[in-house]
Design a protein around this ligand. Structure first.
Ligand code: SAH
Length: 225
């Protein structure tokens, strides 16, 4: 899979993509992540990428030309399945959305900044808009990193134990059951005995009950879906 990210601040991704599961997925050749600096596609010698909003009001707006030029450049080399704009008013990112996107071959992700991007980009150049929640961040970089992480970790082979992703919260509309590790007894706080019983069938049953219980208590809406 190839994920091309368009941003004004490529350095913001440095840490995120160089560790843990994403790093391993890149090393295994499961995903190629490219960062493109929109400023490199600016028209003028000052490398302008934003301007005042028509009609006035506070905040700068990202201009069409640099973004459009960057997209054209990329589209001449790659056929994209989706061109995504990270936006607080987009479709909410859920596990289902991430699952579906992880099956695609090439996606482009555009990060906005400041007041956002010229509306005409959204109308004519974007195929999908995704929000990571009902709050506003300074830029689309963190949301794009969140989306990328959610997608990459479920590409088959990215996680060491393939079944691990399946038992995560939301995969089957259930929250994850509690998990424990050594020591068995910490200051009298003990691990549930069933987990030490060695009875795989009973353990699975207990985990399912716990997942149901947790979902009922914390996110009953998931069970109705
Ligand atoms: N004026 C816009 C917010 C701009 S925030 C509005 O009120 O809708 C600047 C950029 O951050 C946006 O262009 C978007 O790319 C990104 N962003 C901020 N919050 C986000 C969220 N919850 N989900 C996805 N992207 C977000």
């Amino acid at each position: 899979m190839q994920i091309d990210i368009l941003t004004l601040f490529p350095e913001m991704f440095d840490g995120t993509f160089q560790h843990s599961i994403i790093k391993r997925a890149k090393e295994k050749g499961l995903v190629v992540i490219n960062l493109y600096n929109i400023r490199d596609f600016a028209l003028d010698k000052h490398k302008s990428v934003d301007d005042y909003a028509y009609g006035g009001g506070a905040g700068m707006v990202m201009m069409i030309e640099p973004i459009s030029r960057c997209m054209e450049h990329l589209k001449s080399k790659t056929q994209y399945d989706e061109i995504i704009y990270m936006s607080p008013d987009g479709e909410r990112l859920t596990q289902k959305v991430a699952n579906r996107l992880s099956t695609l071959k090439n996606i482009m992700i555009l990060c906005g900044h400041y007041k956002g991007i010229d509306e005409r980009i959204r109308e004519h150049l974007i195929t999908r808009e995704i929000s990571i929640g009902d709050y506003v961040l300074s830029g689309g970089e963190l949301p794009a990193a969140v989306l990328t992480d959610a997608i990459v970790r479920i590409i088959p082979g990215a996680l060491n134990d393939e079944t691990s992703a399946l038992s995560d919260s939301f995969q089957d509309d259930l929250l994850s059951p509690p998990v424990y590790t050594h020591p068995y007894d910490f200051n009298g706080w003990k691990v549930p005995d069933i987990l030490l019983s060695g009875n795989d069938k009973e353990i699975k049953k207990w985990q399912h009950e716990q997942a149901m219980e947790r979902t009922k208590q914390r996110r009953p809406g998931l069970l109705e879906d």
